[in-house]
Design a protein around this ligand. Structure first.
Ligand SMILES: CC(C)(COP(=O)(O)OP(=O)(O)OC[C@H]1O[C@@H](n2cnc3c(N)ncnc32)[C@H](O)[C@@H]1OP(=O)(O)O)[C@@H](O)C(=O)NCCC(=O)NCCS
Length: 229
């Protein structure tokens, strides 16, 4: 039996546990062992019926799978690095009712939640969270560790750089590029290219402020990624 741990025992962690249950992973030879979390106040408690076991570095054994239950791109990236440093394997989750074109590609540790869609020639990088009912249409490229909230719509040919967070129901119009590290507000419609580390909101989206920069890896890495499940 392969062991799976969920990193992050918050709300998104619960959603991940629920998705594993919906996928009936036991019949495929996997077992959800429990949650890993840095917050000591959560240790030895139950979350969605599973134990919070402790810190990743103290619990994880080489060869175990880790599903990222973290909603912040920077910490998703860090979680994947910590997983690999301990010999763990980022778990790629393809949820129920996910529809994907035959040549859509996604990187290691990406999560496609219930009802997500990946269109022809779309590319999703490592550790990307594609939430429920997100539409990633044709020729879209999404960089590593991005977080796409429920009902996000990425129009044909749009590009989202590494480590962006896009709020519920936001739309990126065709061919538009959102550079790395951007935060897009819920309900925004992005009609123009956005510079790196901008926070943009509204319809049409306007840049309200800059967000703190953090170190990201190569933006184009996801181009060579493929499904690992
Ligand atoms: C964009 C967002 C990240 C901004 O958060 P913040 O950094 O705390 O910024 P503030 O709340 O200080 O807002 C800054 C300004 O943008 C406005 N604003 C914030 N979110 C907005 C939105 N979604 N649409 C329109 N305007 C918005 C605020 O009213 C404020 O305007 P002002 O400067 O004129 O007063 C947040 O409001 C948001 O939309 N998050 C998405 C949440 C989400 O979808 N989560 C997924 C759950 S599954």
């Amino acid at each position: 039996m392969h062991e799976i741990y969920i990193l992050g025992a918050g709300g998104l962690g619960k959603e991940m546990a629920w998705h594993l249950e919906m996928l009936d992973i036991q019949s495929k030879g996997y077992r959800l062992v429990g949650f890993l979390d840095d917050d000591e106040s959560k240790w030895n408690r139950q979350v969605y019926g599973y134990a919070v076991l402790g810190r990743l570095e103290e619990i994880l054994r080489p060869g175990a799978f880790v599903l990222l239950g973290i909603g912040d791109p920077q910490y998703r990236s860090l979680g994947a690095k910590r997983t690999k440093a301990k010999g763990g394997i980022p778990y790629t989750l393809v949820g129920p009712n996910v529809v994907r074109a035959k040549n859509a590609a996604c990187g290691a540790g990406a999560v496609l939640e219930l009802g997500a869609l990946l269109g022809p020639d779309s590319r999703i990088g490592d550790g990307v969270l594609v939430n429920k009912r997100v539409m990633v249409t044709h020729d879209v490229n999404v960089g590593d560790y991005c977080v796409l909230s429920p009902n996000v719509f990425l129009s044909g040919g749009s590009k989202v750089g590494v480590g962006c967070s896009i709020g519920v129901g936001a739309t990126v119009l065709p061919g538009i590029s959102v550079s790395k590290g951007c935060v897009i507000g819920a309900g925004a419609v992005v009609t123009r290219d956005l510079p790196a580390f901008s926070l943009a909101v509204g319809v049409p989206a306007v840049v309200k402020k800059r967000v703190p920069e953090w170190s990201t890896d190569d933006d184009s890495k996801c181009i060579s990624a493929s499904f690992s499940d």
